[in-house]
Design a binder for this molecule. Structure first.
Ligand code: VAH
Length: 317
């Protein structure tokens, strides 16, 4: 059976649905700090900072795989650094220890391009570039990668991980990430509300559409064990997007869409992140390649969100 933590979050929600579709609802235990009844499945309560609760749920449900999505993201995380570190790292260690004690077969750890900092190359940042993250979230992910590698080499625990770029999706509202402008902007465009972007128009960041991110996760977890040659975390490439490119794409559907740029503290976070990622190791080891272009993303986001807000899509195509 599969345990998912952070099932109510941006990745957790879609990943939980994909895992339920694949393994059946009776084989998936979706949990979160904030329980929720979804349309076809429930999210149960689990505080991953409590070791006893994590062990109990793994033991009781005979869990064989864990997807650990619970974490505080980069922007929100900066408001209380020590608490963010404590929550992110304690949760992950509780999951690793429970997985070790109860012989869990595979564990997934979501890392992020946020593990890179000013000393990494800005463009085409490599898998082995030096990690000097400047957010607590990034520090907790960089440390989390090392802990995953440690449990693999010391106990043989099959921990696998991806360094996600900014994930763009329509299933949840923006959740405190620095890249969440790329989600919010579509919500505003569909409602014909002018958008104020907290990054400058030319801020290039690595992004990925949710469907590609979920497919990458399942393909990584399905890969034969001997194909996985990176046990810290794989750079995962999608595409590089700037706010201006996104606006130009959106204006194919909404020509009157208005944007203003007022950079805030998140600009300095974005400035320390790569603008593009070298995903060669993922390509070579388990044949990863993304599918979604920016216009594909706009098309998906606009048609889905038009339904969410019950508006007809002013499609020009
Ligand atoms: C964040 N969406 O902004 C996450 C992600 C690379 C960005 O880690 O914090």
């Amino acid at each position: 059976k599969i345990l998912i933590t952070g099932s109510g979050g941006q990745l957790g929600t879609t990943l939980a649905k994909a895992l339920i579709d694949r393994y059946g609802i009776e084989n998936v235990t979706a949990t979160d700090l904030h329980p929720k009844t979804m349309d076809a499945w429930d999210i149960g309560f689990l505080d991953t900072t409590d070791a006893a609760s994590v062990e109990a749920i793994v033991k009781k449900n005979k869990i064989s795989q864990i997807y650990h999505l619970a974490a505080i993201l980069s922007a929100n995380g900066e408001s209380n650094p020590i608490q963010t570190w404590d929550i992110n790292i304690k949760s992950w260690l509780n999951v690793l220890e429970a997985a070790r004690k109860y012989q869990v077969t595979k564990v997934f750890f979501p890392s992020s391009i946020a593990v890179f900092g000013p000393s990494a190359s800005k463009a085409n940042t490599s898998q082995t570039d030096f990690l000097d993250p400047l957010t607590v979230y990034g520090i907790s992910k960089a440390a989390g990668e090392q802990w995953g590698h440690y449990f693999f080499s010391k106990y043989g625990l099959d921990v696998r991980s991806l360094r996600y770029p900014g994930v763009i999706s329509h299933g949840t509202l923006p959740g405190g990430g620095t890249t969440d402008y790329a989600v919010d902007i579509y919500h505003k465009a569909v409602q014909n509300i002018p958008y104020t972007c907290y990054l400058t128009e030319d801020t290039a960041l690595p992004m990925i559409y949710m469907d590609d991110a979920v497919r990458a996760t399942l393909e990584l977890m399905d890969a034969p064990k001997d194909k996985i040659r990176t046990r810290t975390s794989y750079n995962l490439n999608g595409l590089t997007i700037t706010p201006k490119q996104m606006v130009d794409s959106i204006r194919q559907w909404f020509p009157q869409f208005e944007i203003a740029y007022t950079p805030d503290f998140r600009q300095s976070i974005a400035n320390a992140w790569p603008s593009s990622i070298d995903g060669l190791h993922a390509k070579n080891d388990w044949n990863w390649s993304p599918k979604y272009s920016l216009d594909d993303i706009s098309n998906e986001m606009i048609s889905q969100l038009s339904k969410t807000y019950n508006m007809e899509k002013d499609s020009v195509f």
